[in-house]
Write a protein that binds this ligand. Sequence first.
Ligand code: PLP
Length: 460
Amino acid sequence: MSSSNSSVAVAQAATARSPHESLEKMTVQSRNLHDEAQQYTPGGLSHNARYHSPYPIYMKRARGSRLWDVDGREYIDLWMAHYDAILGHAAPEILGPVRDALANGIHIGLAIEQEVVLARRVCEVVPCADRVRFCSSGTEATMYAVRMARAFTGRNTILKIAGGWHGANTDLMVDVFPPDYGVPEGRGLPPELTRATRSVTYNDIEDTARAMREAGGDLAAVILEPVMGAGGMIPAEKEYLQFLREETRKSGALLIFDEVITGFRIALGGAQEHHDILPDLTTLGKILGGGLPIGAICGRADVLDETSILRKVPKQERVIVGGGTYSCNPLSMAGGIATIDTLEAMEDELYPNLERRNQTLCEGIEKAFASQNIPVTLMAPASLHAVHFTREAGHPVRSMADVLEHTFPEKQIELADRLRVHGVFELHAGALSAAHSDDDIETLIAAYERCAEEMAEAGA
Ligand SMILES: Cc1ncc(COP(=O)(O)O)c(C=O)c1O
C-alpha cells in the first residue's frame, strides 16, 4: 500500500492487522454502552444477529442510505434494517402516512379499516395470496404456516433446508446454525423436534427427493426461502423450485415459501412472481411493514380459511392462529400500505435500477478481490448480495454444504469488520435500497478495494 504520509501508512498497517483495534479507537461510546448493557441484558443484546466484534456499534440515526453511530461516525448502510428498508431509511413516502396514523392513536387493539386495505393490497400483488392473516413478526408467521400445514394435511413431518433461518420458531429450530447438523440446536428444545422436522440440502434434488420418500405419507410441508439469507444470499435454482412444486403437489404436502426477505424485493410479488411458481403458503415480514413490526401468512383460501373465527367447529377441529396484541396495529398497517403503494408506483424503474446498481457493485467487489488474488464468489440475486471467500474464484455456492466445504466464512466476518472501519456497515451480506445512489456505489467499491488490499496484506 503506498502513501506519502507516514502516519497514514502506520494507521493503514495497523488496520491491515486488526480492524478491531481501529474500531475500538473510533467507537468509544459504543464500547461504553455495550459494557453497561451487559449488566442488564445477557451478552448486552436482545437480538443475537446484531452482535459483531469487538462489540456492537450503537447507532443513533438513520436516513436514506446512511447511518450515524453514537460517536458521530457516518456509514453507508448495506444491512438496511435486516434488509427491510428497501425505500431507504425513514423514507418520506412512509413517514408521512405513519405520522398521519399516529395522529389517530398509537394502537387501538380492535379491527381497523387499514387492515382491510393492507390485506387487499397483499392479495393484489402476491401471486399465491387468496387470503392473508397478519401477525407481528416473521417468526410468528413461519410458526403459524407450519401449524396450518400440519392441520390442513393431517400430517406431521416438515422438511426445511439445512442452514435455513425462519426466526427462532421452535418448530423450525432444526439444523439452523452451522457447522454441526443432525444435533439439537441447543438446550431447551423438545427432544422429539428432530423427528418432526428434518433438513435437506438446498438446491439438491436428489437429497430432497430421498427425504421426501422417507417422510412418505407423513410429509405435511416443505418450507424454504427462495433466496437463503443466512447461508449468504444463495438463490434457489428454478429447477429445484419446480421440482418441489411438482413433488409436494403429487404427495399431498404443502409448499411454503418463506419470503420474509424476498417478498417485495426480488419483484413486487416476490420470488414466486419472478419464478412464476405458486407456493401453497407464503410467509412475509420485513419490507411489508415499511420498517414497523409485521408478519403475514398468505396463500390458498382453503388452507387459510380453516383458521377463520367464523368456522363453527369443535375445539379439536380448530386451527389456532391469532392472538398478538400488536397484530394489525395502525402504524404497521400504514407503513405496509404506503410501502406497497410506493413500490407499485415505482415498480418499472425501481427494480431494474436496484438490480443494475447491485450488479455494478458486485462487479466492483469481484474486481477488487481478483486484483489482490483473493478468490471470491459473489451472490447477487436482485438487490441482495454476499461475498463468499471460496477456495477457488467463482466456485459455485449452492447450499450451506458448499459454504462449509468450499468457503472461509470467517473471512466474511473479517470483511464486514474492515468495512466498518471504512464507513460501510454490513453484517454478513447486503441489500441495496432506492436511496443508494450511483455515487454511493462508487464509494462502496472504493471501500471494498481498501478492504481487499488490507486482507491481502494481512494474509501476506
Ligand atoms: C427468511 C426469514 N424468515 C423469518 C424470519 C423471522 O422474522 P422476524 O425477525 O421478523 O421474526 C427472518 C428474519 O430474519 C428471515 O430472514
